[in-house]
Design a protein around this ligand. Structure first.
Ligand SMILES: [Zn+2]
Length: 288
């Protein structure tokens, strides 16, 4: 112990004593610390030293939003051109089918087996009447036949049907009542707008998508729906490889390229894509 300064010149016995005493003291201190809530104090003082900019702000959850991709008429074009794009992206659509074409006599429309295939792939199958006539200008007896008959035509294929779209978007109060009478839970129109929370599902608006609407506009709508917790229902008719114009120079369709762009933006913006059936179920849960 010669070379140790007097201060540390302690015998082995003493070192042993001090070590034991230190351990006991630390143990007592830890027990005391815990029991006296010192940990809390330490935690608080640590918090206080964190700069405000670095403090983690509680994240505000985004309001619940939904997007539905609906297709009218059940055309062969949709089956050939749109469905592969949706399936590749694992997005489920709602297909409004005109059931008189299910027998396959018109090659421009999907037949029964194609509609069944879509159903088994997870797409919703909905009704668009049997003959796609204006429901507001026919007898109520015929309206009932169109509505109840088309539902039955699809149910006979093993497909449950709960949603409906008015042919040409044409409806009135008696037609709306007939839609409910036939057992449908919704009637989708062709008027631009977004479904209101708790609004009348028998008058469900939708945004009509053609090549005349730039994809950037769809993006704006998606972001708005996402930020405001709204349900964006898009309706597509024809999907063609190249743009097609009607006699007035307006686009009838969207191109497969434009549909791909819309699908890509839905994916990249993490949009919650749902069928109409899923959307209605979610909405009724949220409104409870
Ligand atoms: Zn239609």
């Amino acid at each position: 112990m010669k070379y140790i300064s007097p201060l540390f010149s302690i015998s082995h016995k003493k070192v042993k004593f001090f070590s034991v005493a230190t351990i006991i003291f630390c143990g007592v201190f830890i027990v005391y610390s815990i029991s006296s809530g010192l940990e809390k104090t330490v935690a608080t003082s640590t918090k206080m030293t964190v700069k405000p900019a670095l403090a983690s702000k509680p994240k505000k959850p985004k309001p619940f939003h939904m997007v539905s991709l609906t297709f009218d008429d059940g055309t062969e074009e949709v089956y050939q051109n749109a469905i592969p794009i949706l399936n590749a992206a694992h997005l489920k659509s709602t297909q409004y089918i005109i059931t008189n074409y299910l027998d396959g006599h018109d090659p421009n429309f999907m037949d029964a087996s194609q509609v069944q295939t879509l159903y088994h792939q997870g797409h919703e199958i909905a009704s668009h009447t049997q003959s796609h006539q204006d429901l507001t200008s026919m007898s109520m007896e015929r309206v009932d036949t169109e509505l109840q008959g088309s539902k039955k035509d699809l149910e006979n294929l093993g497909i449950p049907v709960v949603d409906f779209a008015y042919p040409g978007g044409l409806y009135n109060q008696p037609v709306e009542a007939a839609v409910q009478r036939a057992g449908y839970e919704s009637g989708r129109k062709l008027e631009n707008g977004l479904p209101l929370k708790g609004g009348n599902p028998m008058e469900m608006p939708a945004i009509i998508v053609t090549s005349d609407i730039p994809v950037t506009k769809i993006l704006d709508l998606c972001v708005w729906a996402q930020n405001n917790g709204r349900w964006l229902v898009l309706v597509f008719h024809r999907v063609t490889p190249a743009p097609e114009l009607d006699l007035t120079g307006k686009h009838l369709s969207i191109t497969t390229g434009e549909l791909k762009s819309i699908v890509n933006l839905l994916i990249s913006h993490k949009m919650n894509v749902v069928t109409i059936q899923q959307g209605l179920a979610t909405e009724s849960k949220l409104l409870q």
